[in-house]
Design a protein around this ligand. Sequence first.
Ligand SMILES: *Cc1c(COP(=O)(O)O)cnc(C)c1O
Length: 382
Amino acid sequence: MDMQTLVIHAARQTAAAAHAVNPPLVRTSTTVFDSYDAYKRAQSELVFDGPRYGRSGTSTTFELQRAMAELANAETCVATGSGLAAITAVLAAHAGPGRHILVSAGVYGPTRVFCDKELVPSGTDVEYFAHDADVSALLRDTTSLVFVETPASLTMEMWDVPAICAAAHERGVPVACDATWGTPVFFDAHALGVDISVHAATKFINGHCDLLLGLVTGTLDALAGVRAYCDRSGTHAAPDTCWLTLRGLRTLAVRMERHQRSARTVAQWLRSQPRVQRVLFPALETDPGHKLWRSQFSGAAGPFTVELAPCSEATFTRFIDRLSLFSLGTSWGGFESLVMPAVPHHLRALAIPADAPRLVRLHIGLENPRDLCDDLASALTA
Ligand SMILES: *Cc1c(COP(=O)(O)O)cnc(C)c1O
């Protein structure tokens, strides 16, 4: 089935059982059982897809997890309270004194902060690798995980995911990937070799800027440690949030198509503007990551980063404040366009001075792209 059809029909058993299009919203702390046998079974296993206690989910959670597993072409899925909680669960499940974790440079800022402030002080050796690094030379006997995010947050470098997976698997090391940017619609992480795929469903999958949620996909084996970590640490996705995310997910494919079309239009237009130095967007043929993007992704929704021509901080401030259709705020993936001054941890080698605030990250929403270009034009003029 094509993705356009799959997002509509994936995992609707709970809904069908209720003779409804959408599943009932089931909230509970306590799960009640029909028999002592059923109770014993539920307590003795890692629960991916069945009731045990509110923390591990209700039928609403399971319907979302099954739908996401189908879209991601994976055996199973674990929902977490936020995208960051999904990432930290994956990292924590593989961390420990004496263990070594490789993390792609330019990961989402809070991912890096978790590594530096939580994992490293408790004895995990975290090493960041560049997009052109030879991963096989960096793997050690103590390496427990390779974590990659592609493209990099803000600086938008592309990583060669199949090459990284091949190198890691040769040494028996699992690979996790933050696949939030591509979503299952444009990026089939597991087909490229990724063992654990992580999504901030907060972004495109929900698509309406009204909740936080993380989704992790993989095989039962690959996710056993993550499931156990979530159970032990109390990480929990609220059923209300799962219900809203399921509603958002049904329109994911059609939204992604529109985001992609508009992002390309706006990025091309920006490239022709004299006050714009560079557009960092792998979907553009001129981007250094374009070839890798084409070989791994079937589309690009944005968001992307824009480097303005050299300007003073006052000018930069005026540009941001003059925008009216682009709200100023972090995050992306919703229906409305957003702008954010981008301060990457890891500036691209092409010498962007760290003190020159000239990078902005744009998320192109579902507005008409002509109106968005007009808004950008007046801010650039200002
Ligand atoms: C936003 C984001 C996250 C974190 O998701 P939250 O739900 O906000 O915690 C993780 N990775 C990427 C790439 C993101 O953009």
